[in-house]
Design a protein around this ligand. Structure first.
Ligand code: F6P
Length: 411
């Protein structure tokens, strides 16, 4: 039998990015483009996620053009368009997608995204037989990548998604820097960090020195709220300069006295095409309740897009290149409906294809933090989380200026 020709000359692979951007998206695009080109594919970019396959289509050629993978965000642009009928948009736009895949002669699709984008791609594979490969991305780091973390002789199921390493570095720095301004004003700074359903990114603030952290996984009930205030007071009074940082995930479920129930704080009641509302503002609520309850000045700071913006960091660069190697392997094996993942939490130097595997790309969100990473009584992360993050980024140097000048009394 004639061996199958695995140089895909004449074939076209198209890449799209969907959902919130990350600093590692261009790096993912460049890495997949490079691997696919080496296999002989012509490589297209579909602009604005699934939107770029609607109507007339919005497609660009990436094959032989220089690409800057260090530059954050996505040159392909992104959207939260869902091709399948939804409550918000009941029209079935799948026929438009199929039509454009045919018109542009696209043979294989690589969807770079989270659960929503990759979920839609998986449905296209299952219902229409479109060859798709998923590629993970999220700064929230909450996809089920089944990446194992060896800690103290235990194997803990962790997560490692491109975008998180760069974003968490931003949060570590932000939280570390906050300290000086908090100290100058002897305030409590309440730092709000993205993370709708999981606290992985908020853990960066702890790594940067936050004394207390609240995460979406643990509801702040009426009872826990009382204990939280006590913890804040204790931490503040014990702090040498009367200044602390309290980190809170945007998706924290907080007891609302007026409503008489636990709820998230919404930035807007509008939902996207996947049915997600926008969160935001919990830090303001918590800061004002701290001031009211404890009489200590507290200020809210929303880190917002800060971790999502800027350069791709080195760990992410290597991570995306490694996962793209696995994409090449999936292409050669013609294994579609799969997504490459890293099998274990390792230092940058060990990010190599032999530490990758692939998983089914459907229903991959949401992986909450494992209990081992968060101490319910301490209201903060644990040394296990420190260990997890220490593989990905260096612990920041906390340069403390310890001052205790003698007080001068009037003569
Ligand atoms: O991509 C996930 C995320 O970073 C969430 O943490 C956040 O809720 C959401 O994006 C907000 O994105 P946007 O402002 O782009 O809608």
């Amino acid at each position: 039998m004639k061996p199958k020709n695995k140089i895909f000359s004449g074939k076209t692979l198209a890449i799209l990015t969907g959902g919130g951007d990350t600093p590692a998206l261009n790096s993912s695009i460049e890495s997949v483009r490079n691997r696919a080109s080496m296999l002989g594919f012509k490589v297209y970019g579909i602009r604005k996620g699934w939107k770029g396959l609607l109507g007339e289509g919005d497609v660009i050629d990436l094959t032989n053009h220089p690409y800057d993978g260090w530059y954050g965000g996505t040159a392909l642009l992104s959207s939260r368009t869902n091709p399948f009928p939804t409550k918000k948009n009941p029209e079935n736009r799948v026929p438009q997608i199929l039509n454009n895949l045919k018109r542009y002669h696209i043979d294989v699709l690589v969807s770079i995204g989270g659960d929503d984008t990759n979920g839609a791609a998986k449905r296209l594979y299952e219902t229409e037989g479109i060859p798709v490969i998923g590629f993970p991305k999220t700064i929230d780091n909450d996809l089920r990548t089944h990446t194992m973390h060896s800690y103290n002789g235990k194997e803990v199921e962790a997560v490692l998604c491109p975008g998180f390493p760069s974003a968490v570095q931003g949060i570590v720095d932000f939280s570390n820097r906050m300290r000086t301004t908090c100290e100058s004003h002897q305030r409590i700074c309440v730092l709000e960090v993205m993370g709708r359903d999981a606290g992985w990114l908020t853990g960066g603030a702890y790594y940067g020195g936050a004394e207390i952290s609240l995460i979406p996984e643990i509801e702040i009930t009426k009872e826990r709220k009382e204990v939280f205030f006590e913890k804040v007071k204790e931490a503040y009074l014990n702090s040498p300069k009367k200044a602390i940082v309290v980190a809170v995930s945007e998706g924290v479920r907080w007891y609302d006295e007026a409503k008489g129930k636990v709820d998230v704080v919404y930035a807007s009641s509008e939902t996207d095409e996947y049915g997600h509302p926008r969160f935001g503002g919990i830090s303001g609520v918590i800061a004002s309740e701290i001031t009211k309850k404890l009489g200590i000045e507290a200020r809210a700071q929303i880190t917002g897009y800060y971790p999502r913006s800027g350069q791709c960091q080195e760990y992410d660069r290597k991570l995306t290149v490694t996962l793209a190697d696995k994409v090449a392997d999936l292409l050669l094996r013609e294994e579609y409906g799969q997504m490459p993942v890293i099998t274990k939490i390792v230092k940058q130097i060990e990010l190599e294809e032999y530490n990758t595997s692939s998983i089914d790309m459907g229903s991959i969100g949401n992986r909450p933090l494992q209990d081992i990473y968060y101490n319910l009584d301490q209201y903060n992360f644990t040394p296990a989380y420190d260990d997890f993050l220490s593989h990905i980024i260096d612990k920041p140097e906390i340069n403390e200026f310890k001052y205790d000048f003698p007080i001068v009394l009037p003569k």
